[in-house]
Design a protein around this ligand. Sequence first.
Ligand code: GLA
Length: 421
Amino acid sequence: MNTKQKARTAIHCLAIFLNLISITAHAQNAHYDAVLVATPPMGWMTWNYFGDKINEKDIKEMADAMVSSGMLDAGYHYLMIDDGWQGGRDSKNEMIPDPVKFPSGIKALAAYVHSKGIKLGVYSDAAQLTCGGYTASLNFEEQDAKTFASWDVDYLKYDYCGAPSDSITAKARYKKMADALHNSGREIVFGICEWGDRKPWLWAKNAGGQLWRISADIRDKWKTDKPWTDQRELHTIGAGVLDIVDVNADLAPFAGPGGWNDLDMLVIGLNGRKGPSGDLGGTGCSPTEYQSQMSLWSIMNAPLIATNDLRTMDDATKRILLNKEVIAINQDPLGKQAERKVKNRDWNVFMKPLKNGDYAVAILNRNSSEKAFSIDWKELGLNGSYTINDLWLKKDIGKGKKWAGKLQSHETKLFRLKKVS
Ligand code: GLA
Protein backbone atom coordinates (compact mmCIF):
# COMPACT_ATOMS: atom_id res chain seq x y z
CA MET A 1 0.00 0.00 0.00
CA ASN A 2 1.44 3.41 -0.86
CA THR A 3 1.08 6.41 1.46
CA LYS A 4 -1.96 7.73 -0.41
CA GLN A 5 -3.75 4.37 -0.13
CA LYS A 6 -2.83 4.12 3.55
CA ALA A 7 -4.23 7.60 4.18
CA ARG A 8 -7.42 6.69 2.28
CA THR A 9 -7.83 3.48 4.31
CA ALA A 10 -7.27 5.40 7.55
CA ILE A 11 -9.91 7.98 6.57
CA HIS A 12 -12.25 5.16 5.58
CA CYS A 13 -11.80 3.44 8.98
CA LEU A 14 -12.29 6.72 10.79
CA ALA A 15 -15.52 7.34 8.86
CA ILE A 16 -16.80 3.85 9.75
CA PHE A 17 -15.84 4.44 13.38
CA LEU A 18 -17.61 7.84 13.51
CA ASN A 19 -20.61 6.32 11.80
CA LEU A 20 -20.71 3.55 14.38
CA ILE A 21 -20.59 6.12 17.19
CA SER A 22 -23.39 8.08 15.56
CA ILE A 23 -25.46 4.91 14.97
CA THR A 24 -24.93 3.92 18.63
CA ALA A 25 -25.87 7.41 19.84
CA HIS A 26 -28.88 7.35 17.53
CA ALA A 27 -29.94 3.92 18.77
CA GLN A 28 -29.55 5.08 22.34
CA ASN A 29 -31.71 8.17 21.70
CA ALA A 30 -34.22 6.03 19.83
CA HIS A 31 -34.42 3.78 22.89
CA TYR A 32 -35.08 6.80 25.10
CA ASP A 33 -37.75 8.04 22.70
CA ALA A 34 -39.41 4.69 22.15
CA VAL A 35 -39.22 3.27 25.66
CA LEU A 36 -38.09 5.48 28.54
CA VAL A 37 -39.89 8.70 27.63
CA ALA A 38 -42.25 7.53 24.90
CA THR A 39 -44.92 9.17 27.09
CA PRO A 40 -44.47 11.95 29.66
CA PRO A 41 -42.69 10.78 32.83
CA MET A 42 -44.92 10.35 35.89
CA GLY A 43 -43.84 10.38 39.50
CA TRP A 44 -43.50 12.22 42.77
CA MET A 45 -40.92 14.87 43.70
CA THR A 46 -39.79 16.06 47.12
CA TRP A 47 -39.53 19.81 46.50
CA ASN A 48 -42.91 21.43 46.97
CA TYR A 49 -43.76 19.41 50.04
CA PHE A 50 -40.45 19.08 51.88
CA GLY A 51 -38.24 21.80 50.38
CA ASP A 52 -34.71 20.81 51.34
CA LYS A 53 -35.82 19.25 54.65
CA ILE A 54 -35.51 15.75 53.27
CA ASN A 55 -34.16 12.52 54.72
CA GLU A 56 -34.07 8.84 53.88
CA LYS A 57 -36.75 7.89 56.41
CA ASP A 58 -39.37 10.22 54.92
CA ILE A 59 -38.41 9.24 51.39
CA LYS A 60 -38.72 5.54 52.16
CA GLU A 61 -42.12 6.21 53.71
CA MET A 62 -43.10 8.06 50.58
CA ALA A 63 -41.99 5.08 48.47
CA ASP A 64 -44.16 2.81 50.65
CA ALA A 65 -47.06 5.26 50.23
CA MET A 66 -46.58 5.34 46.44
CA VAL A 67 -47.42 1.65 46.53
CA SER A 68 -50.16 1.61 49.20
CA SER A 69 -52.00 4.67 47.85
CA GLY A 70 -52.25 3.21 44.35
CA MET A 71 -50.02 5.91 42.82
CA LEU A 72 -47.50 3.39 41.49
CA ASP A 73 -50.28 1.28 39.97
CA ALA A 74 -51.70 4.38 38.32
CA GLY A 75 -48.35 4.97 36.59
CA TYR A 76 -46.45 7.37 38.89
CA HIS A 77 -43.22 5.43 38.94
CA TYR A 78 -40.38 7.92 39.52
CA LEU A 79 -39.53 9.08 43.02
CA MET A 80 -37.41 12.17 42.56
CA ILE A 81 -35.19 13.68 45.23
CA ASP A 82 -34.90 17.40 44.56
CA ASP A 83 -32.42 19.86 46.04
CA GLY A 84 -30.94 19.39 49.50
CA TRP A 85 -29.62 15.80 49.43
CA GLN A 86 -25.98 16.78 48.83
CA GLY A 87 -23.29 16.68 51.47
CA GLY A 88 -20.37 18.09 49.46
CA ARG A 89 -17.43 16.12 47.96
CA ASP A 90 -14.99 13.68 49.53
CA SER A 91 -11.20 13.71 49.19
CA LYS A 92 -11.50 12.23 45.67
CA ASN A 93 -14.05 14.89 44.71
CA GLU A 94 -16.82 12.28 44.67
CA MET A 95 -20.21 13.82 45.44
CA ILE A 96 -21.56 12.51 48.71
CA PRO A 97 -25.01 12.70 50.22
CA ASP A 98 -25.59 14.59 53.45
CA PRO A 99 -24.56 11.97 56.06
CA VAL A 100 -27.19 13.11 58.56
CA LYS A 101 -30.10 13.16 56.10
CA PHE A 102 -29.00 10.03 54.19
CA PRO A 103 -26.86 7.90 56.54
CA SER A 104 -27.30 4.78 54.39
CA GLY A 105 -26.40 6.56 51.15
CA ILE A 106 -28.26 6.99 47.90
CA LYS A 107 -27.37 3.56 46.49
CA ALA A 108 -29.13 1.86 49.40
CA LEU A 109 -32.13 4.14 48.91
CA ALA A 110 -32.17 3.29 45.20
CA ALA A 111 -32.15 -0.41 46.08
CA TYR A 112 -35.09 0.15 48.44
CA VAL A 113 -37.24 2.02 45.93
CA HIS A 114 -36.25 -0.34 43.09
CA SER A 115 -37.40 -3.29 45.20
CA LYS A 116 -40.87 -1.74 45.05
CA GLY A 117 -40.76 -1.21 41.28
CA ILE A 118 -40.09 2.53 41.63
CA LYS A 119 -37.31 4.45 39.85
CA LEU A 120 -35.13 6.99 41.63
CA GLY A 121 -34.28 10.54 40.58
CA VAL A 122 -31.73 12.97 41.97
CA TYR A 123 -30.99 16.63 41.38
CA SER A 124 -28.01 18.80 40.52
CA ASP A 125 -27.22 22.10 38.83
CA ALA A 126 -25.07 23.43 35.99
CA ALA A 127 -23.03 25.72 38.25
CA GLN A 128 -20.90 25.38 41.35
CA LEU A 129 -23.87 25.57 43.72
CA THR A 130 -27.55 24.67 43.33
CA CYS A 131 -30.51 26.99 43.83
CA GLY A 132 -30.54 26.00 47.50
CA GLY A 133 -26.77 26.62 47.85
CA TYR A 134 -25.72 22.92 47.80
CA THR A 135 -22.82 21.32 45.90
CA ALA A 136 -23.47 21.18 42.14
CA SER A 137 -21.87 19.62 39.08
CA LEU A 138 -20.10 22.27 36.97
CA ASN A 139 -16.71 20.89 35.86
CA PHE A 140 -17.52 17.55 37.53
CA GLU A 141 -20.06 16.39 34.94
CA GLU A 142 -18.31 13.12 33.95
CA GLN A 143 -17.48 12.22 37.53
CA ASP A 144 -20.95 13.05 38.88
CA ALA A 145 -22.74 11.21 36.06
CA LYS A 146 -20.62 8.13 36.85
CA THR A 147 -21.40 8.53 40.56
CA PHE A 148 -25.15 8.76 39.86
CA ALA A 149 -24.90 5.71 37.59
CA SER A 150 -22.97 3.79 40.27
CA TRP A 151 -25.80 4.55 42.70
CA ASP A 152 -28.31 3.14 40.16
CA VAL A 153 -30.06 6.48 39.72
CA ASP A 154 -32.62 6.61 36.88
CA TYR A 155 -33.34 10.31 36.47
CA LEU A 156 -31.50 13.61 36.87
CA LYS A 157 -33.17 17.01 37.25
CA TYR A 158 -30.54 19.56 36.28
CA ASP A 159 -31.15 23.13 37.44
CA TYR A 160 -29.57 26.38 36.28
CA CYS A 161 -29.16 28.65 39.32
CA GLY A 162 -25.80 30.41 39.48
CA ALA A 163 -25.07 29.91 35.76
CA PRO A 164 -24.60 32.64 33.12
CA SER A 165 -27.84 33.87 31.53
CA ASP A 166 -26.93 33.48 27.83
CA SER A 167 -28.33 30.60 25.77
CA ILE A 168 -25.00 29.52 24.29
CA THR A 169 -23.58 28.69 27.71
CA ALA A 170 -26.85 27.04 28.78
CA LYS A 171 -26.89 24.76 25.71
CA ALA A 172 -23.22 23.86 26.21
CA ARG A 173 -23.59 23.11 29.93
CA TYR A 174 -26.68 20.97 29.42
CA LYS A 175 -25.09 19.11 26.51
CA LYS A 176 -22.00 18.43 28.62
CA MET A 177 -24.05 16.75 31.34
CA ALA A 178 -26.25 14.91 28.80
CA ASP A 179 -23.11 13.50 27.13
CA ALA A 180 -21.71 12.55 30.53
CA LEU A 181 -24.94 10.70 31.36
CA HIS A 182 -24.81 8.89 28.01
CA ASN A 183 -21.25 7.84 28.79
CA SER A 184 -22.09 6.76 32.32
CA GLY A 185 -23.14 3.25 31.37
CA ARG A 186 -26.68 3.68 32.73
CA GLU A 187 -29.82 5.05 31.14
CA ILE A 188 -30.62 8.18 33.09
CA VAL A 189 -33.49 10.42 31.99
CA PHE A 190 -32.36 14.04 31.83
CA GLY A 191 -34.74 16.80 32.95
CA ILE A 192 -33.61 20.29 31.94
CA CYS A 193 -34.66 23.00 34.40
CA GLU A 194 -33.78 26.50 33.21
CA TRP A 195 -37.41 27.60 33.68
CA GLY A 196 -38.16 28.48 30.04
CA ASP A 197 -36.00 31.59 30.24
CA ARG A 198 -34.01 30.72 27.11
CA LYS A 199 -36.83 29.03 25.13
CA PRO A 200 -35.54 25.49 25.76
CA TRP A 201 -38.32 23.97 23.63
CA LEU A 202 -36.16 25.11 20.66
CA TRP A 203 -32.91 23.45 21.74
CA ALA A 204 -33.26 21.22 24.81
CA LYS A 205 -33.85 18.02 22.86
CA ASN A 206 -30.70 18.58 20.81
CA ALA A 207 -28.81 19.30 24.00
CA GLY A 208 -29.80 15.82 25.21
CA GLY A 209 -32.85 16.56 27.39
CA GLN A 210 -35.97 14.42 27.51
CA LEU A 211 -38.07 17.10 29.22
CA TRP A 212 -37.57 20.78 29.88
CA ARG A 213 -39.28 23.16 32.27
CA ILE A 214 -41.05 25.93 30.37
CA SER A 215 -41.80 28.30 33.24
CA ALA A 216 -40.92 29.77 36.60
CA ASP A 217 -41.63 27.57 39.64
CA ILE A 218 -45.27 26.74 40.19
CA ARG A 219 -46.92 28.02 43.37
CA ASP A 220 -49.95 26.53 45.06
CA LYS A 221 -52.38 29.02 43.51
CA TRP A 222 -54.68 29.37 40.53
CA LYS A 223 -53.13 32.47 38.99
CA THR A 224 -51.07 35.53 39.76
CA ASP A 225 -52.98 38.75 40.52
CA LYS A 226 -50.58 40.82 38.45
CA PRO A 227 -50.64 41.09 34.66
CA TRP A 228 -47.56 39.79 32.84
CA THR A 229 -46.41 39.62 29.24
CA ASP A 230 -43.08 37.79 29.47
CA GLN A 231 -43.11 34.55 31.48
CA ARG A 232 -39.83 35.52 33.15
CA GLU A 233 -41.84 38.05 35.17
CA LEU A 234 -43.47 35.05 36.89
CA HIS A 235 -40.24 34.41 38.82
CA THR A 236 -41.00 37.41 41.02
CA ILE A 237 -44.80 37.52 40.93
CA GLY A 238 -45.27 33.74 41.32
CA ALA A 239 -46.65 31.38 38.66
CA GLY A 240 -50.07 29.85 39.24
CA VAL A 241 -51.68 26.96 37.38
CA LEU A 242 -53.36 29.20 34.80
CA ASP A 243 -50.21 31.26 34.18
CA ILE A 244 -48.29 28.11 33.26
CA VAL A 245 -51.14 26.94 31.02
CA ASP A 246 -50.85 30.24 29.18
CA VAL A 247 -47.08 29.85 28.77
CA ASN A 248 -47.49 26.32 27.41
CA ALA A 249 -50.52 26.85 25.18
CA ASP A 250 -48.46 27.75 22.10
CA LEU A 251 -45.77 25.12 22.63
CA ALA A 252 -47.64 22.08 21.29
CA PRO A 253 -45.39 21.68 18.21
CA PHE A 254 -42.31 21.14 20.38
CA ALA A 255 -43.53 18.18 22.44
CA GLY A 256 -43.69 14.54 21.45
CA PRO A 257 -42.36 11.08 22.26
CA GLY A 258 -38.81 11.54 23.52
CA GLY A 259 -39.13 15.21 24.53
CA TRP A 260 -41.76 16.94 26.66
CA ASN A 261 -42.64 20.43 27.81
CA ASP A 262 -42.43 20.26 31.62
CA LEU A 263 -45.07 22.43 33.33
CA ASP A 264 -43.60 21.79 36.81
CA MET A 265 -45.17 19.80 39.64
CA LEU A 266 -48.82 19.07 40.30
CA VAL A 267 -49.79 21.15 43.33
CA ILE A 268 -52.85 18.93 43.84
CA GLY A 269 -53.29 17.97 47.48
CA LEU A 270 -50.90 20.57 48.90
CA ASN A 271 -53.96 22.47 50.12
CA GLY A 272 -52.10 25.65 50.97
CA ARG A 273 -49.30 23.96 52.86
CA LYS A 274 -46.44 26.36 53.41
CA GLY A 275 -43.08 25.57 51.82
CA PRO A 276 -41.65 26.53 48.42
CA SER A 277 -45.08 26.29 46.80
CA GLY A 278 -46.51 28.55 49.52
CA ASP A 279 -44.33 31.54 48.59
CA LEU A 280 -45.44 34.35 46.26
CA GLY A 281 -49.13 33.99 47.00
CA GLY A 282 -49.29 30.19 47.07
CA THR A 283 -52.10 29.93 49.59
CA GLY A 284 -53.80 26.95 47.93
CA CYS A 285 -56.35 26.14 45.23
CA SER A 286 -59.97 24.99 45.42
CA PRO A 287 -60.78 21.33 44.68
CA THR A 288 -62.21 22.48 41.32
CA GLU A 289 -58.95 24.25 40.50
CA TYR A 290 -56.87 21.20 41.44
CA GLN A 291 -59.07 19.08 39.20
CA SER A 292 -58.50 21.64 36.42
CA GLN A 293 -54.74 21.34 36.88
CA MET A 294 -54.97 17.57 36.40
CA SER A 295 -57.18 17.99 33.32
CA LEU A 296 -54.95 20.60 31.72
CA TRP A 297 -51.62 18.96 32.58
CA SER A 298 -53.02 15.71 31.16
CA ILE A 299 -54.33 17.10 27.88
CA MET A 300 -51.14 19.16 27.40
CA ASN A 301 -48.91 16.09 27.85
CA ALA A 302 -47.10 17.52 30.83
CA PRO A 303 -45.01 15.18 32.99
CA LEU A 304 -47.33 14.29 35.89
CA ILE A 305 -45.15 14.83 38.95
CA ALA A 306 -47.05 15.02 42.22
CA THR A 307 -45.50 16.61 45.32
CA ASN A 308 -48.19 16.24 48.01
CA ASP A 309 -47.81 14.06 51.11
CA LEU A 310 -48.76 10.64 49.76
CA ARG A 311 -48.86 9.22 53.30
CA THR A 312 -51.91 11.26 54.22
CA MET A 313 -53.78 11.73 50.92
CA ASP A 314 -57.47 12.47 51.40
CA ASP A 315 -60.14 11.02 49.14
CA ALA A 316 -60.59 14.28 47.19
CA THR A 317 -56.89 14.25 46.26
CA LYS A 318 -56.93 10.55 45.40
CA ARG A 319 -59.96 11.03 43.16
CA ILE A 320 -58.01 13.60 41.13
CA LEU A 321 -54.53 12.06 41.03
CA LEU A 322 -55.69 8.48 40.48
CA ASN A 323 -58.26 8.97 37.71
CA LYS A 324 -56.99 6.37 35.23
CA GLU A 325 -59.07 7.62 32.28
CA VAL A 326 -57.60 11.10 32.71
CA ILE A 327 -54.08 9.68 33.04
CA ALA A 328 -54.70 7.69 29.84
CA ILE A 329 -55.18 11.00 27.97
CA ASN A 330 -51.78 12.15 29.24
CA GLN A 331 -50.11 8.81 28.45
CA ASP A 332 -51.74 8.29 25.06
CA PRO A 333 -49.13 6.69 22.77
CA LEU A 334 -49.69 9.16 19.93
CA GLY A 335 -47.98 11.72 22.17
CA LYS A 336 -49.64 14.84 20.75
CA GLN A 337 -49.87 17.86 23.03
CA ALA A 338 -53.30 19.52 22.91
CA GLU A 339 -53.72 22.70 20.90
CA ARG A 340 -55.70 25.62 22.26
CA LYS A 341 -58.48 25.96 19.68
CA VAL A 342 -60.64 28.55 21.49
CA LYS A 343 -59.04 31.44 23.33
CA ASN A 344 -60.96 34.35 24.74
CA ARG A 345 -61.23 36.13 28.08
CA ASP A 346 -63.65 33.60 29.60
CA TRP A 347 -63.12 30.41 27.67
CA ASN A 348 -60.36 28.13 26.50
CA VAL A 349 -60.93 24.91 24.59
CA PHE A 350 -58.05 22.48 24.09
CA MET A 351 -58.14 19.51 21.73
CA LYS A 352 -55.81 16.51 21.53
CA PRO A 353 -56.06 13.68 18.99
CA LEU A 354 -55.64 10.20 20.45
CA LYS A 355 -54.05 7.09 18.99
CA ASN A 356 -57.32 5.15 18.56
CA GLY A 357 -58.96 7.99 16.60
CA ASP A 358 -60.81 9.52 19.59
CA TYR A 359 -60.28 13.12 20.65
CA ALA A 360 -59.76 14.57 24.11
CA VAL A 361 -61.37 17.97 24.61
CA ALA A 362 -60.90 20.24 27.63
CA ILE A 363 -63.23 23.19 28.18
CA LEU A 364 -61.97 25.69 30.77
CA ASN A 365 -64.00 28.47 32.39
CA ARG A 366 -61.41 31.16 33.21
CA ASN A 367 -64.05 33.47 34.67
CA SER A 368 -64.48 33.88 38.41
CA SER A 369 -68.24 33.06 38.17
CA GLU A 370 -70.20 30.05 37.02
CA LYS A 371 -71.04 30.38 33.30
CA ALA A 372 -72.87 28.60 30.50
CA PHE A 373 -71.04 27.46 27.37
CA SER A 374 -71.94 25.71 24.16
CA ILE A 375 -69.77 24.38 21.40
CA ASP A 376 -70.33 22.79 18.02
CA TRP A 377 -67.56 20.21 17.48
CA LYS A 378 -67.23 21.68 13.97
CA GLU A 379 -65.59 24.72 15.61
CA LEU A 380 -62.73 22.39 16.51
CA GLY A 381 -62.57 20.99 12.98
CA LEU A 382 -64.43 17.81 13.95
CA ASN A 383 -67.15 16.76 11.55
CA GLY A 384 -69.81 14.19 12.32
CA SER A 385 -71.36 12.94 15.55
CA TYR A 386 -69.52 11.88 18.68
CA THR A 387 -70.38 10.18 21.93
CA ILE A 388 -69.15 12.34 24.80
CA ASN A 389 -67.53 10.60 27.74
CA ASP A 390 -67.07 12.92 30.72
CA LEU A 391 -63.82 11.69 32.28
CA TRP A 392 -64.56 13.18 35.71
CA LEU A 393 -68.15 11.93 35.87
CA LYS A 394 -66.84 8.66 34.37
CA LYS A 395 -69.81 8.19 32.07
CA ASP A 396 -71.22 9.00 28.64
CA ILE A 397 -73.20 12.22 28.90
CA GLY A 398 -74.42 12.68 25.36
CA LYS A 399 -74.11 12.03 21.70
CA GLY A 400 -74.16 14.42 18.74
CA LYS A 401 -72.47 17.29 17.02
CA LYS A 402 -72.32 19.70 19.97
CA TRP A 403 -72.32 20.15 23.71
CA ALA A 404 -73.85 22.77 25.98
CA GLY A 405 -73.70 23.09 29.76
CA LYS A 406 -72.58 25.08 32.76
CA LEU A 407 -69.12 25.24 34.25
CA GLN A 408 -68.23 26.44 37.71
CA SER A 409 -65.65 29.16 38.05
CA HIS A 410 -62.21 27.75 37.02
CA GLU A 411 -63.71 24.37 36.24
CA THR A 412 -62.39 22.29 33.35
CA LYS A 413 -64.59 19.68 31.68
CA LEU A 414 -62.53 16.88 30.24
CA PHE A 415 -64.26 14.85 27.53
CA ARG A 416 -63.28 11.91 25.36
CA LEU A 417 -65.11 12.08 22.02
CA LYS A 418 -65.68 8.91 20.01
CA LYS A 419 -66.98 9.19 16.47
CA VAL A 420 -70.35 7.56 15.83
CA SER A 421 -70.97 8.65 12.22
C1 GLA B 1 -35.39 25.78 41.40
C2 GLA B 1 -36.26 24.80 40.64
C3 GLA B 1 -37.22 24.13 41.61
C4 GLA B 1 -36.42 23.42 42.69
C5 GLA B 1 -35.50 24.40 43.41
C6 GLA B 1 -34.54 23.69 44.35
O1 GLA B 1 -36.12 26.84 41.90
O2 GLA B 1 -36.95 25.45 39.61
O3 GLA B 1 -38.07 23.23 40.93
O4 GLA B 1 -35.69 22.38 42.11
O5 GLA B 1 -34.72 25.13 42.47
O6 GLA B 1 -33.66 24.56 44.99
